[in-house]
Design a binder for this molecule. Sequence first.
Ligand SMILES: Nc1ncnc2c1ncn2[C@@H]1O[C@H](COP(=O)(O)OP(=O)(O)O)[C@@H](O)[C@H]1O
Ligand SMILES: N[C@@H](CCC(=O)OP(=O)(O)O)C(=O)O
Length: 380
Amino acid sequence: MTDLLRQEITTSAHTIVVKVGTRVLTTDQGVLNEEQITQLGRQLAELAATGRRVVLVSSGAVGAGMSQLGLTKRPTDLARLQAVAAVGQAKLIEIYDRALRDNGRHAAQVLLTAEDLDDRTRYLNIRNTLLSVLDFGAIPIINENDTVAVEELMLTFGDNDRLAARVTNLIRAPLLILLSDVQGLYNGSPELPESKLLSVVPKLDEEVLSFARDKKTGHSKGGMASKLEAARMVTSTGENMIIASGRIPDVLTKLIAGEEIGTLFLAQGKAVTPRKRWIGYSVQPRGDLMVDDGAARALGEKGKSLLPIGVTEVRGSFGKGDVVRVCNAQGQEIARGLTNYTSEEVGQILGSRSDQIEGILGVHPYDEIIHRDNMTVSRV
Ligand SMILES: Nc1ncnc2c1ncn2[C@@H]1O[C@H](COP(=O)(O)OP(=O)(O)O)[C@@H](O)[C@H]1O
Ligand SMILES: N[C@@H](CCC(=O)OP(=O)(O)O)C(=O)O
């Protein structure tokens, strides 16, 4: 079935980021599915042939490495896991490159860490490199640099869903497609017969966030919670995201034609500036500012700056100009921004009116702790 809204979003998307999860690229026994990777490469080349710019974020290095080395159990120590990823990454790129060359395209391997996107100069270098690769008509194939990015392999945060959302922000792609082993987002555990597949999510509210029911698995890392976090990052900067099954034959071609497959998460409001994207989704925050309900409403609903009077607590140690998170009374992140004051200074002036700042600190350079021009609001 074709849906008009989808068709408008997908057919007009000039740049598309596709992320494919480990579960799509390996069989249930954990063996690398080379045919699946080849088919994906062909679909990417076909999309590129329509004049679109296509970027792939591919997981699967650990899965491919295990398959190459004949391992049945994922290693538990970091060095061996990194070695497995290094072996697997070479194999993955080899298969992608072969599939793309058979269809007249080249693969460009790009390995990134969250810290790379943290640094403004590196961030711009990555952006320029990706755009130049696309100008050559080649297809960037991105994975987290597992040799250095330990959190990707060992911990639960830092994963390719979020990396794909960051890349979408970085190159201002209007559409991110996450291909997984599920059909999309269900309103409950996907194994339960009463759970229903959602076709469209107009807004990521608390109810939608509560649908993620993840259990730990040996190969993939992110789970549905990280896919919803990616959706938050993408939709709040004005772009759309789709979660669909990567096991459906020609799924990308069908999605771009507007077929109603998977779950579409709709963009919230207008696209935001590149600087606000960087503040909101690339830089690692150095601390948290807890705010009261009034301040949360002023930021979220009225687009105001953050004043000391609404801050109730400061966490972490940060300097002037660092990015900090702003969290509501329930502890949920609502915004990020560049702080005008250090953590020590915020500790002294929190709860005070702006006209009291000079009396407390002896100086009064700014009325607001974070000016709205330096803030990205993610939860209204
Ligand atoms: N509400 C939900 N709807 C769909 N899938 C869900 C939901 N809650 C949890 N999941 C789980 O999320 C998994 C997909 O995430 P993940 O294992 O990280 O895949 P990938 O390797 O593709 O990134 C599914 O296999 C499914 O078990
Ligand atoms: N960098 C790791 C990715 C791990 C990961 O994020 O996996 P997934 O949840 O399947 O996207 C790898 O290539 O194996």
